[in-house]
Design a protein around this ligand. Structure first.
Ligand code: NIG
Ligand code: FE
Length: 385
């Protein structure tokens, strides 16, 4: 298929000073699952199947590198209480754990698929999905199996919180997570994650969990520095994590450590929005030279939105990113956070994952917040929305 008359094409293939490799009056050829040609519309090869973009902008599909989509129930009551002044506490996770354990495979699968479709309609072509609401060997393995039905980007988050039944035996729970639970989940997962925060797991516990995952061939990532300053970022960098996520409270040393590492700083502005918390300053990270991604963190507690366009708008308005930086972070940045080199850019040989915006430029994603901006979405060359 030839997509022609693209008013503004964001390739994410750097060209001179333009990190987003913008091409105006562009065309793209898709053959099967891959991009076969990119260039000026005037030079495009002839093709039997032609889509006229009529001056619209095209960007790579969003890569949402952080989401918790295997769960049952919602916590709208908790959100409502929060908006009347009750602070967010990670303890709510245990409510979702109870509801998830009680749900059938089919109920979990239906909710998961509904959310993945919701993401697709908003331009997300790759999504990472975490376990973390099962917290038994059976329920974590089940969550990973279900997640693997919808994405290859599955993360084992048995170390989300210590479940109620282990409240007086956290060492035993850590033995379980790093032993039998890990062995049951690892065949279905690519990454291991841990929530390193007061009220969840300590830095030493986080190291132990990630080391066990690495031994089983999983790539480490970490939830850290969300509710306050802490050692999460340093643990993530020391363990060679693909990404450290939240990064709401960062010291100068944290910023320097991220800038000098291959660990992506993944910012989740929907969480600050939905918990009415102060936003991190992305400018600080970008100016220091760190790689920044933005993701939804879609989950029933701290942030129940799947909208990457909203994340772009929040990153621009609240975290001092430029619109171009935010679009890069939501596409190429997410791909880096997942260590994928076949997505996040529109170039020959890459997967044909792209979004036609109902707008002339990518800036409109932030310029027109809350307005549906997605015209059509292609994943592996197939229209999915
Ligand atoms: O990424 N921080 C830890 N976990 C989730 C919240 C999960 C929940 O509240 O259910 C997060 O924000
Ligand atoms: Fe999360």
């Amino acid at each position: 298929m030839l997509i022609t008359n693209i008013g503004e094409l964001t390739t994410n293939v750097p060209s001179g000073d333009d990190r987003l490799g913008t091409v105006t009056d562009a065309a793209v050829v898709i053959e099967g699952e891959r991009i076969a040609w990119v260039g000026a519309a005037a030079d495009a090869p002839k093709h039997a199947e032609v889509l006229d973009a009529r001056g619209r902008a095209v960007i790579p599909g969003f890569v949402d590198s952080h989401a918790h989509l295997v769960f049952a129930g919602d916590r709208a009551d908790e959100f409502e209480a929060r908006m009347s002044g009750v602070p967010y506490a990670a303890g709510g996770i245990r409510r979702t754990v109870a509801a998830t354990r009680a749900a059938s495979d089919d109920a979990l699968r239906r909710n998961l698929r509904r959310l993945v479709d919701e993401c697709a309609r908003q331009g997300t072509t790759t999504i990472e999905v975490k376990t973390g609401y099962g917290l038994t060997v059976h329920d974590e393995a089940r969550a990973a199996r279900l997640a693997a039905e919808v994405t290859p980007e599955v993360t084992f988050l048995g170390a989300h919180v210590v479940p109620t039944e282990y409240a007086e035996a956290r060492e035993d729970y850590l033995d379980l997570v790093t032993g039998p639970m890990l062995r049951a989940v690892a065949p279905h997962a690519k990454y291991i994650d841990v929530f390193c925060e007061t009220g969840a797991f300590s830095p030493a516990e986080a190291r132990r969990v990630l080391a066990a995952g690495i031994e089983h061939g999983l790539v480490p990532r970490l939830h850290g520095n969300q509710l306050g300053p802490g050692e999460g970022v340093q643990v993530a960098v020391q363990m060679g994590a693909a990404s450290v996520d939240h990064c709401t409270y960062l010291s100068e040393d944290d910023v320097a450590a991220l800038a000098g590492s291959h660990t992506v700083a993944t910012l989740l502005p929907g969480v600050e929005f939905s918990t009415r918390s102060p936003y991190p300053d992305a400018r600080r990270l970008l100016d220091a030279g760190a790689t920044v991604a933005i993701a939804s963190d879609c989950n029933p507690g701290s942030c129940f939105t799947s909208s990457m366009p909203l994340m772009v708008a929040l990153a621009v308005r609240e975290m001092r990113m430029t619109p171009s930086e935010a679009v890069w972070a939501a596409t190429a940045g997410g791909a880096r956070a997942l260590r994928r080199d076949d997505i996040g850019a529109i170039a020959t040989g890459m997967r044909a994952d792209l979004v036609v915006l109902d707008a002339p430029t990518r800036v409109h994603l932030a310029y027109r917040p809350g307005v549906p901006m997605i015209d059509s979405v292609y994943k592996d060359g197939v229209r999915i929305a």
